[in-house]
Write a protein that binds this ligand. Structure first.
Ligand code: PLP
Length: 373
């Protein structure tokens, strides 16, 4: 697999050496953080050190960090835990949010994939029951950054609580939970080069949460279950390396070079959300008339791993609800692939995927209907 190019960091990022080393240490160290003997106390000390590290990375107080089994569980705890029954979410949320509660009200987005703040305001103004609003910080399919501070201000004006799924934002832009105005925020270890199976929900002081996982009362009664210490330590270690200004600039240059090559070679190629702020690593590329599945398979044969939409959740290729929300009358939803770069990539990777994509475009061109006829 060594000559393969991995461009699916939004599905999962390869494990960083720092995270691997910390996990091995934690596994060798053993101990249950709830035990009162020496090994237990040592395990708790390690866990609390990791909690402080994760909190510092996200600009939050350590007491507000609840470790969970990942982004999905953090989203579910946020959406179900506050007791609010009126849920208002953006139309482009990850399924972890959309499926957390039955039929949340969906706020539309612009054709560039930015949540419609006027629509959010109107929806919140139309009801008296206190709401919980959930708008992701960065979209997993397009990378488009959402105006989270504006969302929080609007929510606050209407007495609503506000949550953001920051799974794809953490490590890709600088985040301060405290300054964001959010009440709740979800993150996940494996998107930043930590292990899968670990994440956190950040909670502002004073917000009471009814746990989803009940039992032994760990995490101050907010999430029961023996803590996944290797995961927690691996997650914390990944934050040491993730999100540095150097890494963000390097990955952005690689992604931008890829996009520039496509657009120069294929004038009809489109990159969704390119006219608005995006995280530095994601390209949602449309090849009109060629299904996303065909593109993913052709690139895979060329040794390049990309995905169609949010394949991180299921392995199946379905039409993207994100792109349908952006372009309800267009046909991009079935013909867009997600190319997501990250800490392992080089400039050569951008060239390889650009070459393979342009080659496929030329080959598929003979099968594509002539737009002039
Ligand atoms: N939210 C977003 C935006 C995601 O991209 C993902 C990725 O799958 C998740 C939530 C789920 O996170 P996890 O895989 O840690 O459960």
């Amino acid at each position: 697999m060594s000559d393969r190019v991995y461009l699916d960091h939004n599905a999962t990022a390869p494990l960083r050496a720092e995270a691997r080393a910390a996990m091995l240490d934690a596994m060798d160290g053993g101990g249950n953080p709830s035990s009162i003997h020496g090994q237990g106390r040592a395990a708790r000390a390690r866990m609390e050190r990791s909690r402080r590290q994760v909190a510092a990375f996200l600009g939050a107080p350590p007491e507000g960090v609840i470790f969970t089994s990942g982004g999905t569980e953090a989203d579910i705890l946020a959406l179900r835990g506050t007791g609010r029954r009126r849920l208002v979410v953006s139309a482009i949320e990850h399924d972890a949010v959309l499926a957390a509660v039955p039929d949340p009200v969906r706020v539309p987005v612009s054709p560039s994939g930015v949540v419609d703040l006027a629509a959010l305001d109107a929806i919140l103004a139309a009801g008296d029951e206190p709401a919980l609003v959930s708008v992701m910080w960065a979209n997993n399919e397009t990378g488009v950054i959402q105006p989270v501070a504006d969302v929080a201000a609007i929510a606050r004006r209407h007495g609503a609580l506000v949550h953001s799924d920051a799974v794809q934002a953490a490590g890709r832009l600088s985040i301060s939970f405290t300054e964001s105005g959010l009440d709740l925020m979800s993150v996940s270890g494996h998107k930043i080069g930590g292990p899968p199976g670990i994440g956190a929900l950040l909670v502002r002081e004073g917000i009471a949460l009814t746990p989803v996982a009940t039992g032994g009362g760990q995490e101050k009664g907010r999430r029961s279950g023996t803590e996944n210490l290797p995961g927690i330590d691996g997650f914390a270690a990944a934050t040491e390396a993730a999100g540095s200004a150097e890494e963000i600039a390097r990955v952005r240059a690689i992604r931008d070079a890829f996009e520039a090559r496509l657009l120069a070679a294929v004038p009809t190629a489109r990159i969704l959300g390119r006219d608005v702020d995006r995280v530095m690593n994601t390209s949602a590329v449309v090849m009109p008339g060629v299904s996303a599945e065909t593109q993913v398979m052709a690139l895979d044969l060329a040794g390049i791993a990309v995905s169609a939409g949010a394949a991180c959740s299921s392995g199946k290729v379905t039409r993207s609800h994100v792109i349908e929300a952006m372009e309800p009358n267009g046909d991009a939803a079935g013909s867009t692939i997600r190319v997501s770069f990250g800490w392992t990539n080089t400039a050569g990777d951008a060239d390889r995927v650009a070459d393979a994509w342009i080659d496929l475009y030329k080959r598929a061109g003979s099968a594509r209907p002539d737009p002039s006829t």
